[in-house]
Ligand binder design. Sequence first.
Ligand code: F6P
Length: 320
Amino acid sequence: MRTIGVLTSGGDAPGMNAAIRAVVRGAVYNKVKVYGIRRGYEGLLEGDIAEMEVSSVSDIIQRGGTVLRTARSQEFMEPAGFKRALDMLENFEIGGLVVIGGDGSLTGGRELSHAGISVMGLPGTIDNDLAYTECSIGFDTAVNTVLSAISNIRDTSSSHGRCTVVEVMGRNCGDIALYAGLAGGAEYILIPEKETDLNAMCRKIIQGKNRGKLHSLIIRAEGAELGTAELAKIIEQRTGLETKAVVLGYTQRGGSPTARDRILASLMGYRAIELLLSGNRSKAVGIKGGSIIDMDLDKALDMKRVWNGTIMDLCDILSI
Ligand code: F6P
């Protein structure tokens, strides 16, 4: 393997830059030429490709977003666009590719690997929705961002004796809601993986108020049933408590990555280089039980996610 490429694709996630840095410096250290492909698969099929050196990734480990920029490419998913992407890889003699992104991005990588390119997939998404890895790059930072917002909201909610519904990201995955909910002491968490018990939620809010609680915090994952504003209205009607709706939105995608995300990204990025150098064709890099793992990309993407019911139960118990 003499020449490789690296790209970030899909929604950006804090820690992607640390992963790019590890890939580029890992490649240079091992005397491999490395190209940065800008704007994900969109940039690949357009030939938006430039060689990267040690200094190309200076001063980026602490930055959110992705210096390679990103995109969600419709064209790449069509036969003509896919063929152009393959032609570009050939033009630049790129035999190995490191793809940093979520489910859709790694699925794109899987297609390229079926077409003969060596592809190493790194999980880069705040959603934490990839089944094969316990944690994705960006998830920890997003949870901490939500936590900091929740803490601010608590202050004002308590002062006014209000209930607040906070909507967090995650697409069809409830992990950001679950983990930020547990860490932030939420009264109730709504996630797409579990049916919501409106009676239990309202009962809890009222019982908390009767016990002297000054506020109630409800975390709703964006993919859960009912809209956030609608939910706030229902709570207000059924409990009599003034209820506000807050949508955190893209604040969760930005910001300087936590130490955990930087470390994860560095370990995973370097593992991708090692895997390419030892002749692997198609791998997904992840983490399990605190150790970096790699697994066949097809197998990794075919795995079904199991959500963590223990976190939900614990949150319910501790917020009585
Ligand atoms: O996958 C990351 C994510 O932020 C999801 O949580 C969210 O549903 C989606 O991306 C938003 O996508 P876009 O950036 O295209 O609006």
